[in-house]
Ligand binder design. Structure first.
Ligand SMILES: NC(=O)c1ccc[n+]([C@@H]2O[C@H](COP(=O)([O-])OP(=O)(O)OC[C@H]3O[C@@H](n4cnc5c(N)ncnc54)[C@H](OP(=O)(O)O)[C@@H]3O)[C@@H](O)[C@H]2O)c1
Length: 248
């Protein structure tokens, strides 16, 4: 039993170190594009999901022309004259390219529940998005990943470091590290947004960003607040080229 515990702790520590090494540092040295045209047309990925639904409503509320690339347009929560649902899949480059063409920016809250085996949905979907954006000169990319990788490794607290990540999410989080590296290697104007544990509570309209989270407790944030911060990044330049932790 004692040996098992020691081996398990070594595994948890090695995983945390690997997630740290493979994710991004909080800010990558980057040559920013000098000319940043105003954003009016926004493509939202993951628009039928928890964060994505808030992204859609908030982007519409702020006057953007919104396209949502979704697997099932009937699952979009709202109808609006400025919302265009486009049926497609991030793993299908042709549909990604079609949805990216003519946009000014892409905001992604891509996620899935296939936790238990190796998967590359986040990284391959992001690879398609980055490729299409570079091909069509769409430069601004705001992408939700998570606290717990790169410079934020360990900052989801002990429950995640010792149980959730090593037992349930190791493949999912490694895919997130690949996703972040693809974004950082791109020529895009990007912001990686790393929330703590997400809740469906009502947004508070206030949050903390930067080196948030800690090694003991799990910080949280409402999906509505994450969406608010992500939509802010469409017009905010101070976080370009950075992976920004966020919690309430
Ligand atoms: N849960 C947490 O505590 C937590 C903490 C930190 C970070 N995060 C991360 O935050 C992100 C958003 O999480 P969430 O819980 O708000 O989202 P979510 O409810 O899991 O929604 C994920 C969205 O991605 C879409 N999607 C999945 N595969 C797709 C594909 N192949 N093509 C197109 N769309 C696809 C889903 O569409 P369908 O409706 O068609 O499935 C859905 O709209 C995720 O990356 C998650 O890992 C979560």
């Amino acid at each position: 039993m004692a040996w098992f515990l020691v081996l398990y702790l070594i595994y948890c520590t090695a995983l945390t170190l690997a997630l740290r090494k493979n994710g991004l540092n909080s800010r990558m040295p980057k040559q920013l594009n000098q000319l940043r045209p105003p954003v009016t047309r926004v493509l939202i990925i993951g628009a039928t999901g928890g964060t994505g639904r808030h992204l859609v409503t908030q982007a519409l509320d702020r006057g953007y022309e919104v396209t949502a690339l979704v697997r099932d347009p009937a699952r979009l929560a709202v109808e609006h004259p400025r919302l265009h649902g486009l049926k497609g899949d991030v793993l299908d480059y042709a549909s990604v390219e079609q949805s990216v063409r003519g946009q000014d920016a892409v905001v992604s809250a891509l996620g899935h529940k296939r936790f238990l085996g190796p998967s590359n949905i986040l990284s391959e979907g992001t690879r398609n998005l980055v490729k299409a954006m570079e091909a069509h000169g769409v430069r601004r990319f705001i992408c939700e990943t998570s606290l717990g990788i790169g410079s934020s490794a360990g900052r989801m607290g002990l429950q995640y470091t010792l149980f959730v990540l090593p037992v349930i999410l190791p493949f999912y989080f490694f895919d997130k590290t690949r996703q972040e590296r693809l974004i950082a290697a791109s020529r895009l104007d990007w912001v990686v947004v790393r929330p703590g544990a997400l809740t469906d509570a009502k947004g508070r309209g206030v949050w903390r960003t930067g080196d948030v989270g800690n090694f003991v407790t799990t910080v949280k944030i409402a999906r509505e607040d994450v969406a608010h911060f992500m939509i802010d990044q469409l017009t905010e330049d101070s976080n370009l080229g950075a992976a920004v932790g966020i919690c309430s």
